[in-house]
Design a protein around this ligand. Structure first.
Ligand code: SF4
Ligand code: SF4
Length: 300
């Protein structure tokens, strides 16, 4: 049986669909949005995160690493991310919890067991499970099996997706999904490519096809100040969704609290030109959607 590449299972989520939910975050994404607040979700491989602020420079990791992937130089810890094979030995010996391996492979049974633990809360709050990422639709086989088993147990299933996958992947899972949380970021294909690494055509085509097949879809729109909060983009999104069955819109204001995750992964943060959108701007966009008849919420 295929395993799922997962990097987190978050309990008591209240921003990933209705009610209280368990959110299962899959690892790996075809996009690389510069504003991504889960950069550890982007690679399909395991990774190591090192929090230099927690490090006490005890040197245990240097002594334990068999790959020379970490060393001390001039009183500082130097991580050679390219030499690391993510064995996790250093993390096991780091008493400061400064080192963390991100990503593991779990069976369907293991994930279902975790989901079922909070069954009582789903029932009381009309919640359920949300499969998110990364891009969970990149692992459609294992997702279909998970969603089918949840459906059989009467657990509400939401799938949070960027939509950049072959439509055949949606066809594999859609019979078992109660709600798609579907992201649109930028309508302009060139800008979409510049900021996410891929164009927007496939994403929009898939959204239209899903809608035409009657899927229950809630639109999620991350709002990044100075990048996609302009009239041209918002107007184009409104025009596009007119031709779909979407009625609910979630506006997700960008925040930069993930900045430090990039340095922990040994990566450069590319989002310096981005702004947290002003409250006034968020309310203005909310009103635009409401005037067109949509039910709008700021936040997840
Ligand atoms: S084991 Fe942890 S605390 Fe010690 S040097 Fe390595 S990262 Fe720092
Ligand atoms: S995960 Fe393994 S290879 Fe990587 S730094 Fe730690 S001990 Fe070395």
């Amino acid at each position: 049986m295929e395993k799922a590449k997962v990097f987190n299972i978050q309990k008591f989520s209240v921003h990933d669909g209705p009610g209280i939910r368990t959110t299962v975050f899959f690892k790996g994404c075809p996009l690389s949005c510069i504003w991504c607040h889960n950069p550890e979700s982007q690679s399909f491989s395991r990774e190591i995160m090192v929090d230099k602020e927690k490090c006490t420079l005890c040197g245990r990791c240097v002594a334990k690493c068999g790959n020379d992937a970490v060393s001390m130089k001039d009183g500082s810890l130097v991580n050679d991310y390219a030499s690391c094979d993510f064995c996790g030995t250093c993390a096991d010996f780091c008493v400061s919890n400064a080192r963390e391996i991100v990503g593991e492979e779990l069976t369907v049974a293991e994930i279902i067991k975790e989901i079922e633990k909070d069954r009582m809360f789903y029932d009381q709050s009309k919640g359920g499970v949300t499969f998110s990422g990364g891009e969970v639709m990149c692992q459609p086989g294992v997702l279909a099996e998970l969603a089918r088993r949840c459906r059989d147990k009467g657990i509400h299933v939401a799938v949070d997706t960027c939509g950049y996958v072959p439509f055949s992947s949606f066809e594999k899972v859609m019979d078992y999904v109660d709600l798609f949380l579907y992201d649109i970021k930028l309508m302009d294909s060139e800008l979409h490519t510049e900021y996410t690494g891929k164009d927007s055509m496939l994403i929009l085509d898939n959204l239209k096809k899903l809608s035409d097949l009657g899927a229950n879809i809630s639109l999620r729109l991350p709002i990044i100040g100075g990048i996609n909060d302009d009239e041209a983009n918002i107007g184009a999104i409104l025009e596009f969704i007119k031709g779909t069955n979407i009625r609910d819109v979630n506006l997700l204001p960008y925040h930069d609290i993930a900045r430090n995750k990039y340095s922990r992964l040994g990566r450069e943060y590319r989002g310096s030109g981005m702004r947290v959108p002003e409250e006034e701007k968020m309310n203005e966009i909310k009103e635009r959607f409401e005037k067109s008849g949509y039910k709008v919420k700021i936040g997840g």
